[in-house]
Design a protein around this ligand. Structure first.
Ligand code: ADP
Ligand code: MG
Length: 592
């Protein structure tokens, strides 16, 4: 029902946009052209800021680079505007890649601040280069030619602009529902989450940044040949903030927000241009004040933007999507597991200090294939830190870790994940607004290859089907397939831990590293988890587990390593460890 309703709405919107020029005058059509161009930039911002969590106050600079590039090539060299397109996109992409490589590692508020820096300086550059006409800009830019038609009037270029907008929305929608898109949507979860599934957060961010800039580049190219004149001011910081306002006003949470926001901002801007001069003789300069006030009001009262507000209304009435396991597909290739008993993991003299605190003090132990080894100890003993060291989540201060015969002491987290070590976190790292299925599918990242371009063009469907089949199988395994399409945030905390196990299993690991997986589970759920872990061992999986529930641990593990105050206290079979007086005193808090 809900899906059919959305489909009808989409058809109605497309039809309205297609038929609009037949009913409207030239001025209105020109305004719609501007809205389309603005929507392209805002679309990039919805992806970059709304989905990826990186705010850019400099997007107009990318519009400017593309506009100037095509303007220069077509006026100074007489090239065809169609040739201007790849040239403009190439320059914009290169500029974004360079700026991104320099700034995207900056944390916190430094990234948005740096976007202001280049958002300011790039338009200044345009105004100071002779070849670009300095402050007077470049005029007499040729219009686009389409066979015998010249797209010289706002009405003539309308179809092209909206075709580009439509294709860009389609591309972005496909992208968000793909391997690359899941990685982008997981960016807000932090680099550690992405690293744990074998992805490189920095690279994901950089590709996203370049993609958003390329949407701005498309807008710039259209702008140059629609207006046939470029000068620095339409690409300055003020314009950048207007684009951001579009994305925020429409709603950063969904692609449609870009269209609605662009329409909203353009309409308000137009109305203000008519109204403000009536109020004051300096009225024309007041519009930035009004925009600033609107921005503040939006952030205060409607963070989700207009579409966020509407969607909440619609969703509360919409039905659930159908539950299907999807058509049968060839399964993703599996790793071959080492035969039971082969040495798998060797930790030797591992040390981690936090300032003066030695969280892990020269700990050594080994794990063989097919074993379940428990790591236990009182709170603060250093168990989670030990897991962070061997999964590459934190760098070690001294010591070494070998896994599958390779020295991984200094390897990046994603490399270790790709080798076949999958983990869960004591403090759950899921994307609460992504579905259970998408969260688990994220786990298969390192087993698959689909890139951003293939995703946007829907060339990745065969692999996507394989990923979802694998994710579905893991969800069934933990008994959550029925809730596959619900947001992960709707699960109780204990169940979220199970979902993390499914995500780890989707990576087809050799070694599963679980940090307190049973915490928060009810008795029956614990029993089910116990059976799942035993079954995994029977299938040849090796498991390293931290768990506080002693009954659970003792009934599961082959061997125990006990830590206390960062150091290894004892190691042995459960019965031996239980009988050890040192362990008893450590747990009772009595000095040994
Ligand atoms: P466990 O998992 O055994 O409860 P942890 O490994 O989480 O213990 O912590 C061991 C010690 O290291 C604790 O004293 C904890 O406060 C400290 N610690 C853990 N992580 C950090 C960190 N990122 N920065 C500073 N201290 C930390
Ligand atoms: Mg811990």
């Amino acid at each position: 029902m809900a899906e059919r309703g959305a489909g009808r709405l989409l058809i109605a919107v497309v039809a309205a946009i297609a038929l609009a020029p037949l009913a409207l005058g030239s001025f209105a059509v020109g305004l719609l052209d501007d809205i389309g161009i603005g929507a392209l930039v805002a679309l990039g911002l919805v992806l970059l800021t709304g989905v990826g969590g990186a705010t850019s106050f400099g997007q107009a600079a990318f519009v400017g680079i593309a506009a100037y590039a095509s303007a220069w090539l077509t006026t100074a060299h007489g090239a065809s505007p169609w040739l201007g397109l790849p040239f403009a996109l190439l320059l914009t992409g290169l500029a974004a890649w360079l700026i991104g490589a320099l700034t995207l590692r900056l944390g916190g508020h430094f990234l948005p601040l740096s976007t202001i820096a280049w958002g300011l300086s790039i338009p200044l550059l345009f105004g100071n280069i002779d070849a670009l006409g300095r402050h007077t800009g470049i005029s007499n830019i040729p219009p686009l030619q389409f066979g015998p038609w010249s797209l010289i009037t706002p009405r003539a270029i309308y179809t092209l602009i909206w075709l580009v907008v439509g294709l860009s929305c389609w591309f972005s929608h496909n992208l968000l529902h793909s391997r690359a898109g899941r990685a982008i949507r997981a960016l807000r979860g932090g680099a550690t989450l992405l690293g744990s599934v074998g992805a490189d957060a920095y690279r994901v961010r950089l590709t996203l940044f370049v993609t958003a800039a390329l949407f701005a580049g498309l807008a710039g190219w259209l702008y140059a040949h629609a207006n046939r004149f470029v000068s620095p001011s339409p690409f300055d910081l003020r314009a950048s903030i207007e684009y951001l306002l579009m994305a925020v006003a429409g709603g950063l949470g969904q692609l449609s927000g870009a269209l609605v926001g662009a329409a909203l901002v353009m309409a308000v801007k137009n109305a203000l241009q008519d109204l403000l001069p009536l109020l004051s003789s300096r009225g024309s300069q007041l519009d930035s004040v009004v925009f600033a006030a609107l921005f503040l009001l939006l952030l205060q009262y409607a963070r989700g933007g207009l579409m966020g507000f509407l969607r909440r209304k619609i969703r509360s009435r919409a039905g659930r999507p159908a539950l299907t396991a999807g058509p049968a597909v060839a399964p993703l290739p599996r790793r071959s597991l080492p035969p039971p008993g082969t040495p798998l993991l060797q930790v030797a003299g591992a040390v981690k200090r936090f300032g003066g605190l030695v969280a892990v003090a020269e700990v050594s132990f080994a794990v063989s294939a097919g074993e379940i080894v428990g790591l236990i100890g009182p709170n603060g003993a250093g168990k989670s830190t030990m897991f962070n060291l061997l999964t590459g989540t934190l760098p070690m201060d001294a010591g070494s870790v070998r896994f599958l015969g390779q020295d991984i002491s200094a390897a990046a987290q994603r490399k270790i994940a790709r080798l076949g070590m999958a983990r869960t976190f004591q403090h759950v790292k899921l994307r609460p607004d992504m579905s259970l299925l998408d969260n688990v599918a994220l786990g298969a990242h390192s087993r698959t290859r689909g890139g951003l371009l293939a995703a946007g063009l829907r060339l990745d469907r065969a692999e996507e089907a394989q990923i979802f089949a694998a994710a579905w199988a893991q969800l069934e395994r933990i008994g959550l397939a029925e809730r596959a399409h619900e947001p992960a945030g709707s699960l109780p905390l204990g169940t979220q831990r199970l979902l993390e196990i499914a995500r780890a299993l989707a990576a087809d690991p050799v070694l599963l590293v679980l940090d307190e997986p049973a915490a928060g589970l009810r008795r029956r759920e614990k029993q089910a988890l116990l059976e799942l872990l035993r079954r995994l061992r029977a299938e040849g999986m090796t498991i390293l587990i931290v768990e506080h529930d002693m009954a659970f641990v003792m009934g599961l593990v082959d061997r125990l390593v006990v830590m206390n105050f960062g150091a290894k206290l004892v190691e042995g079979r459960p019965a031996e460890v239980r009988a050890d007086p040192r362990v008893q005193s450590a747990y009772l808090g009595v000095g040994a």
